[in-house]
Design a protein around this ligand. Structure first.
Ligand code: NAG
Length: 581
């Protein structure tokens, strides 16, 4: 390790003469949805084929302790784009719903937040987001687009405003129906019992049901039920649409050649910007459910449809790298690859097929702050600037991309706000050996769940949990009863004193330390508590973007490209138009 660092140091010293290389590079930031750290060849997977991503690792730096700022899409992405903990922008929920589910809700990344795209655009970069956004759309009317990517620094947007969901693909089941069914069953039982009681009272002459009331009651119930069913039925038409800039181009979205279309958009964007600096945020819909794969990939992997989706995504990464090579842009382009959080281990299809990824040796997954939920793949490729095949085991964060990208573009960091990310270049170039993240705070929505402490000049990585999710069934590796784990109430076990691990000795988080097994037990917890106090003092009240009022469906915000009785439909990009097979 030390020798490698020295080599890197030497290498960079000689590279400094050619420092023109490191100013105003292009950026391609690739984010996969719900990909597990154990799904990639370069992180040890032997059966999934990811040759293109492995090539990125081979030619660049691999982070082995790359931490997502949140184990859920919406907050993790907010942190990625702003370099700040989601709690600072109000993108962390107090309720149990931590992400946006409807296109017509009013919450989203506040306009006052500064994304790296906004700063780079001001500096003359061409900026594009291709793929998933999931950070809101409108505030007050159906066309103010206050939270839209084009209002957050992107010149070009092609993709999905919300997120891919089972409900977007017919036959793939629903993330709502299970909850809805039990709610409905309870409601029907209550109504039934009330009706029977009233009829009995009526029969024994203790209570008179006013005439006509029965009919009115039945009408109300049917109406409510009907509305709910229509909403469930139209979910796909109302929420799963593709946009190009402000325009809806396919509603509902079609999965046919979807990855090919996203890839083609990326290839064309790069082709349009071969002699100007650009920023491409390639945000794959893969490998979140509903899973899909095109003809060439379906049934080809050793891991069912999930594996097919990973391999198709890898193919797409390869196409993007090819086009960089074709335009001779390799040395001028920093390519970053990551996942927004760990694999969603609870994802099992209705037929019992595993639809979630693999988090390697790490415990838990998406929606938890066990390492499986937040330790994500992190690769950084930049030939001639970062050492090929280098490995960094220090804690790094997906929030670090913000200051790294902004500084490389020659832009000073905003001074009017706290930026939690740290510039990665000193670590990448061997100028420092220790991460500047002495502490990292792991939130479950708006609740501080755990703290990671990496003391200076020490190998130790302490991690203290204030509560842990209750896995169900007990002894399993996830919250299979509720699809995701929740952050408070009866869903968690509180810990006082906090549950303490040393990840450097116990990365699987199997053996909590005790005052007997760790003589500094209380001293470590004291220092962590002090850091929590300082961190908490740095937080300011902001409006909660994920309050019920901000996440519920607001009919007046609904976008519809052409309305056909309670559903929306249009398809401006059939395959023929693009000339795809
Ligand atoms: C590779 O990934 C697949 C799909 O997530 C997983 O089932 C398998 O266990 C992984 N294999 C290894 C050796 O890590």
């Amino acid at each position: 390790m030390r020798i490698l660092v020295f080599l890197l140091f030497y290498h960079c010293a000689t590279e400094n003469a050619k420092s023109y290389k490191t100013s105003n590079p292009n950026f391609i930031l690739i984010m996969v949805d719900d990909l597990g750290i154990g799904d990639l060849g370069c992180y040890g997977n032997k059966t999934l084929r990811t040759p293109n991503i492995d090539k990125l690792a081979k030619g660049g730096v691999t982070f082995t302790q790359h931490i997502a700022a949140s184990p859920l899409c919406t907050p993790s992405r907010a942190a990625f784009l702003t370099g700040r903990y989601p709690i600072r922008s109000g993108m962390a929920a107090l309720s149990s719903v931590g992400v946006f589910l409807f296109s017509a809700s009013s919450g989203g990344l506040p306009t006052e937040e500064i994304t790296f795209a906004k700063l780079l655009k001001q500096k003359g970069y061409s900026t594009a987001l291709i793929g998933k956004w999931h950070l809101g759309l409108n505030c007050n009317s159906g066309n103010d687009f206050c939270h839209h990517p084009l209002n957050h620094g992107f010149d070009y947007f092609y993709g999905l405003a919300i997120t891919n969901l089972r409900d977007c693909k017919p036959g793939e089941g629903s993330v709502f129906v299970a909850g809805f069914q039990s709610y409905l069953a309870t409601l029907l039982q209550l109504i039934g019992i009330t009706l029977i009681c009233l009829e009995m009272l009526h029969y024994v002459n203790l209570f008179r049901i006013p005439c006509g009331a029965r009919g009115y009651f039945v009408f109300l119930c049917t109406f409510g039920l009907g509305l709910s069913l229509i909403f469930l039925y139209s979910f796909r038409y109302l929420n799963c649409f593709l946009m190009r800039n402000h325009q809806i181009i396919q509603q509902p979205l079609s999965y046919k050649n979807l990855t090919q279309r996203l890839t083609e958009e990326a290839v064309q964007f790069i082709g349009r910007n071969t002699d100007a600096p650009f920023l491409l945020f390639m945000s794959y819909l893969h490998v979140h459910t509903a899973l899909y794969a095109s003809k060439d990939f379906k049934g080809k992997s050793k891991h069912g449809l999930y594996g097919d989706a990973v391999e198709e995504m890898d193919w797409s990464v390869g196409k993007i790298l090819d086009v960089l090579g074709k335009w001779n842009l390799n040395d001028k382009t920093l390519v970053y690859f990551t996942s927004d959080q760990g694999a969603h281990v609870e994802e099992i299809s209705s037929t019992g097929e595993v639809h979630g990824g693999y988090n390697g040796i790490y415990k838990g997954g998406k929606s938890t702050n066990w390492e499986g939920g937040i330790r994500v793949p992190g690769l950084l490729h930049w030939p001639g600037v970062v050492q090929a095949g280098f490995r960094i085991d220090e804690p790094t964060s997906n929030m670090d991309i913000f200051p790294t990208v902004v500084k490389l573009a020659g832009i000073p960091l905003p001074k009017d706000r706290i930026i939690d990310g740290r510039d990665l270049m000193p670590l990448l170039q061997g100028k420092i050996l220790q991460s500047e993240h002495e502490f990292l705070f792991h939130y479950c929505n708006a609740y501080l769940n755990a703290v990671r402490w990496h003391p200076g000049n020490s190998e130790s990585i302490w991690k203290a949990f204030f509560f842990t999710p209750k896995f169900k069934p007990e002894g399993s590796n996830g919250c299979y009863n509720s699809h995701v784990c929740h952050c408070f109430g009866s869903s968690v076990t509180p810990h006082s004193p906090p549950l303490l691990f040393d990840l450097s000795r116990d990365p699987e988080e199997k053996n909590p330390l005790t005052p007997q097994t760790e003589h500094r037990f209380y001293e470590i917890l004291d220092i962590i508590q002090q850091a929590v106090n300082n961190h908490t003092k740095s937080l300011h009240g902001v409006s909660n973007q994920l309050s019920w009022g901000n996440i519920l469906w607001k009919p007046w915000l609904q976008l519809c490209c052409s309305s056909v009785f309670l559903s929306c439909y249009c398809d401006h990009e059939s395959d023929e138009k693009l000339g795809l097979p």
